[in-house]
Ligand binder design. Structure first.
Ligand code: FAD
Ligand code: MLT
Ligand code: ZN
Length: 460
């Protein structure tokens, strides 16, 4: 590593990406320095916005030479603090690599730049009868690169799997500027290690993803959404399990509580789906290319006695209205304060117990905290949101993550480890697995400049 002053590095970065794409002014850097939740924030020495893979490689070469950390950033919608600087790194924004091109309508595949938003790729796919297998509420800002880096899940994992499963090919740049390219990639491709699969979920610690080739899924002509109320978490989970078993057309199974719905109704200024209020709600979405799934959903809800506490819709506006009740939880919680967001998964058999015990675990360490629970019940994924504790106070995080391990779950289901959960990686995976992960990190990024402090603690 050569000794390089910050001034020399900044000048090299300006040469690499052009003066106007190297932001050093504090006001211009600000939106890149704080995460979506406002819990995580830190200073960057600069934000660089490369416009090509070659420019990404040049930035990484300069930062490696200077020994300065790099934080890759897409839409900055990540929820574990991995997308923002901690301590004077360079933020490398991929937003200018936003090409959506090369859609093969026969194969159902598309090549996109890492900075393309999910919404942009969805609309290109839908114009040709295809769709993206992963969908999530941050679709207008979340980028394909960020979604691969976090192995994003979302609402359709039970049908199509997470982002890793959509990835057929990739282009990425190592810390030393070497470009790895496997494009377009094949649906069947067992030639050596699956490097793209490794990048999925690597959270910007192994390489900077610059482009991806994705498989698409058929767009479904007929969809129906239902929301039903339940007296207990267990009864909602039992109905979700039955829906999954009996309805081949199920696309999404989501759980939320009356506390959460109350927040959403107030924040989004929308009405309740039906007059009767219940402690727990299940949202079910079914989709098919042929038969309208409305009757299947209605029959299931009738069978389980959902009665008056149920609403169903199959037109665009009605489905959107019901989806808002679940999808707008994130912003409604954020509007109340800076949340501690604990995204975890547990075996389905322990799901209801997790939903019931999480608020108790929080109350045991912070009686003033407010806990809002929702999640993707079809995948065993629970989102525990806690309002009240200061951002740096980790007592409630520890209480919830401790409960997850007791129930045999995973401390990160779909958001990643980021900086929020670095202390829990070893506790969840064990020393041998984390040593194997660190060996991979050393091999790909020997100088440790890619997202320092994310996934692994800095000092160990
Ligand atoms: P960023 O936030 O910019 O970055 C996330 C991580 O990826 C960081 O560690 C960053 O360093 C790294 N990274 C970003 N781009 C690259 C790249 N090109 N190369 C290498 N590393 C990179 N997540 C879910 O899984 N399911 C959901 O249902 C879901 N719903 C959400 C709803 C809302 C309203 C919000 C705000 C967030 C939600 N999220 C969800 C979280 C978030 O949208 C995802 O984690 C998403 O994948 C992040 O994409 P991004 O482009 O914003 O990445
Ligand atoms: C969701 O499922 O709504 C997202 O993962 C975001 C969140 O956890 O709030
Ligand atoms: Zn989620």
């Amino acid at each position: 590593m050569r000794a390089v002053t910050h001034d020399a590095l900044l000048s090299a970065l300006r040469d690499a990406v052009g003066e106007r794409h190297c932001l050093t002014d504090a006001a211009l850097r600000a939106s890149y320095e704080t995460d979506w939740t406002r819990r995580f924030t830190g200073p960057a020495i600069a934000v660089v916005r490369p416009g090509s893979t070659d420019e990404v490689a040049a930035v990484l070469r300069e930062c490696t030479a200077a020994g300065v950390g790099v934080v890759p950033q897409g839409g900055n919608t990540g929820l574990v603090g991995g997308s923002v600087p901690r301590d004077g790194e360079v933020v490398l924004s991929l937003l200018r690599l936003s090409d959506v091109g090369g859609l093969d309508a026969d194969a159902g595949e598309v090549t996109v730049g890492a900075g393309a938003t999910l919404a942009a790729v969805q609309s290109a796919a839908r114009r040709t009868g295809w769709d993206v297998g992963v969908d999530l509420g941050a679709r207008d800002s979340a980028t394909i690169g960020g979604m691969i880096a976090t192995n994003a899940g979302g609402v359709n994992v039970l049908r199509h799997g997470p982002m890793r499963r959509q990835l057929l090919g990739f282009e990425a740049v190592l810390a030393d500027g070497t470009v790895l390219r496997r494009m377009p990639g094949m649906p069947k491709d067992n030639t050596g290690y699956d490097l793209g699969g490794l990048l999925a979920g690597s959270e910007g610690t192994l390489a900077v993803i610059t482009a991806a080739h994705l498989r698409l899924v058929p767009q479904l002509a007929r969809r129906a959404v239902a929301v039903a109320g339940f007296a207990s978490a267990l009864s909602a989970v039992t109905v979700a399990a039955r829906a999954r078993r009996e309805l081949g057309s199920i696309l999404a199974l989501e759980l939320f509580t009356d506390d959460g719905m109350e927040l959403v109704l107030r924040h989004a200024r929308i009405g309740a789906p039906f007059a009767e209020r219940m402690p727990f709600y299940l949202l079910l979405e079914a989709g098919s290319d042929e038969d309208d799934p409305t009757d299947d959903l209605a029959t299931l809800l009738e069978d389980v006695g959902a009665g008056a506490a149920a609403a169903i819709a199959n037109d665009d506006a009605g489905r959107h209205r019901l989806w808002q009740l679940r999808e707008r939880h994130t912003e409604a919680v954020n509007a109340e304060g800076v949340p501690h967001k604990l995204d975890v998964s547990v075996p389905l058999a322990r799901y209801a117990e997790m939903v019931d015990r999480a608020p108790q675990a929080v109350a045991a360490v912070d009686s003033a905290a407010r806990t809002i629970v929702y999640g993707h019940v079809g995948d065993g994924n629970v989102h525990v949101n806690v309002l009240g504790p200061a951002p740096e106070d980790e007592a409630v995080d520890d209480a919830v993550l401790g409960l997850v391990l007791e129930l045999g779950g995973s401390v990160s289901a779909e958001h990643g480890i980021g900086v929020a959960k670095v202390d829990w990686l070893v506790r969840d995976r064990g020393g041998a697995a984390v040593a194997a992960m660190r060996a991979i990190k050393r091999a790909w990024d020997p100088a440790g400049i890619l997202n320092p402090g994310v996934l692994f603690a800095r000092d160990s």
